[in-house]
Design a protein around this ligand. Structure first.
Ligand SMILES: [Zn+2]
Length: 274
């Protein structure tokens, strides 16, 4: 993140605040042992007036994703992690509300939970996204546009020529994107590989909610509400529990690697001090 921040000087108050945050983080890091992986943000999509997608059988995205998010929270807490929920009830939380909460908590990972919809009746399955200015394909781009619309027409990823795009382009080269992709693969593997027919893979697309946070971030689409079998599965407690446990298992593996990496990095640093 430091390279990203260094190059972004002069882009306004938000970045000044980021600089302060960076300074504070380095102060904290200098004072003690490397920080362990400890805080996860679980973001249930939509809420309030924004229902999100709706199934043919009447299942509503904002309801099912909140329930799965709460189950993920329960699993992560059992593992001793701190969890920040962007919403706990049926209320609309604006884009800034979600991203600022995550950034203020200096979370180590951001997991957004959504359910999908398609005008193509055959579309079904689970897919996990990380954020990048370029989408994997047209369907991924359209999905990101649809999800971004929930935050109003102003909450769009930067257009070509926007100075912010240069920053995002730089960000794309950084650790944050690599780690997001790494976690996306872990999550997708655990929630979808058991049901090969339903795995749509790991993809990238410009989701504004993922682009606003300064930590590795993924968005999981837990199934298509417009597919009768997916909708039936998502009504089922066992399926919701399976999804939540799969996501929590991915977090456990990611956490282990994260802590190991930090430990190794510290050791390497010491051997190079003269
Ligand atoms: Zn959604």
């Amino acid at each position: 993140m430091s390279r990203w921040l260094r190059r972004s000087r002069g882009h306004g108050l938000a970045l000044v605040l980021l600089g302060l945050f960076q300074a504070l983080s380095s102060t904290l890091a200098a004072e003690g042992a490397p920080e362990a992986f400890d805080v996860v943000v679980v973001d249930a999509g939509h809420g309030g007036d924004d229902d999100g997608a709706q199934g043919r059988g009447g299942l509503v995205e904002k309801v099912v994703v909140l329930d799965v998010a709460k189950r993920v929270e329960r699993e992560l807490k059992k593992a001793g992690l701190q969890v920040v929920m962007t919403r706990r009830g049926d209320q609309f939380v604006p884009l800034e509300g979600r991203t600022e909460l995550a950034n203020a908590a200096a979370a180590d990972l951001f997991i957004s939970i959504h359910a999908n919809a398609s005008s193509y009746k055959g579309a079904r399955g689970i897919e996990t996204f990380f954020a990048a200015p370029e989408a994997t394909d047209q369907a991924a781009l359209e999905l990101a546009r649809a999800e971004n619309l929930a935050f109003g027409k102003d909450a769009q990823p930067p257009a070509a020529g926007d100075p912010l795009l240069a920053i995002l382009g730089d960000m794309a080269a950084t650790e944050q994107l690599t780690l997001s992709q790494e976690f996306a693969r872990m999550a997708q593997h655990r929630i979808a590989t058991a049901e090969v027919a339903r795995s749509r893979g790991v993809k990238q697309a410009p989701f504004v909610v993922l682009m606003g946070v300064h930590m590795p971030a993924v968005l999981v689409e837990i199934g298509f509400l417009t597919h009768p079998e997916d909708e039936a599965a998502l009504r089922d407690d066992d399926e919701r529990e399976r999804l939540a446990k799969g996501i929590a298992e991915a977090v456990a593996v990611y956490r282990e690697r994260y802590d190991a990496r930090r430990g190794v990095a510290q050791g390497l640093g010491k051997t190079h001090i003269r």
